[in-house]
Design a protein around this ligand. Sequence first.
Ligand code: FRU
Length: 323
Amino acid sequence: MNRALWSGFLVLSLGLPRVTPAQEPLPPAADVKLVIGFSQCTVKEPWRVEFNRRLKEHAERNYPNVQLDMLDADDKTEKQVGDVKTFIRRGVDAILISPKEAAGLTGVVKEATEAGIPVVVLDRDVNYKDYACFVGGDNRVIGRAAGKVVVEMLGGPGKAKGVIYEICGGLASTPGQERRDGFHEVVDKEPGLKVLGGLDCDWKKDKAHSVMQDALKANPQIDLVYAHNDPMAHGAYLAAKAAGREAEIKFIGIDALPDEGVRWVKTGELTASLLYPTPGEAGLDLAMKILRGEQVEKRVTLPTRVFTKANVDQGGEEVRLDK
Ligand code: FRU
């Protein structure tokens, strides 16, 4: 019945032949099992392990009538396409997906939506926008906030000076593109700053470590590393440490997991980290609202905070999302 409601809504919103939805949708009875498929792109990074852990705990605590089926795509687009197709074939009630990349997952998100399954897209977006809703951080705002932190650290607006080495996440994904673009909007205005690097390290610590080894050999001066996540920032830090150059370089990352980025800011290994909250709990809440026939916002933006040595013990500082 819930799927039928959603299909009615979808058909109406797509302007296809009219289907009359039920007048007063009732919440599902507590003993009705709803099956929600969750397609996670990888669990190779700590942020995703935490994402899954929180989502699973949230589902168990709050939705005893939900069976959450999680599939791990092992960091491969083709596997993730197959995982979503499996959910479509099984006729799950809703799909949550955190895509490996935008273009490769666009088709299957469209296919699921057109099959009448509400799809909630988490953290990384796709190019098709008629899915049910999106939940994630605003990566352009985060990129800009990182840019402002960096400009301050290197001398302040109009006076900043130095050589920055940028290490990118997956550039086929929207967070990689937006963290790069937001950052450049700010730092490219500073005539005294030079940005080197920009290689796609696919969010991986080991790749960032080896890219940084080469960067250190090629560049006698690097004042700051901006990496699109904390594992890569820390990989770069370890490479600099092995070369005896960590004290002359500042390291900025994103994620700020308590046991990772926040801890590294406390120990001084990272100079700053920006919070990127995991979106699983909010995503599941939205899927459940949709299945109860409630209207939901199309885009839910999660907040961010910046952590530096000066504010880490007070829980960091909020970044305004309109900035
Ligand atoms: C984990 C991760 C995080 C990053 C996010 C971006 O896979 O790389 O570190 O913030 O994905 O989508």
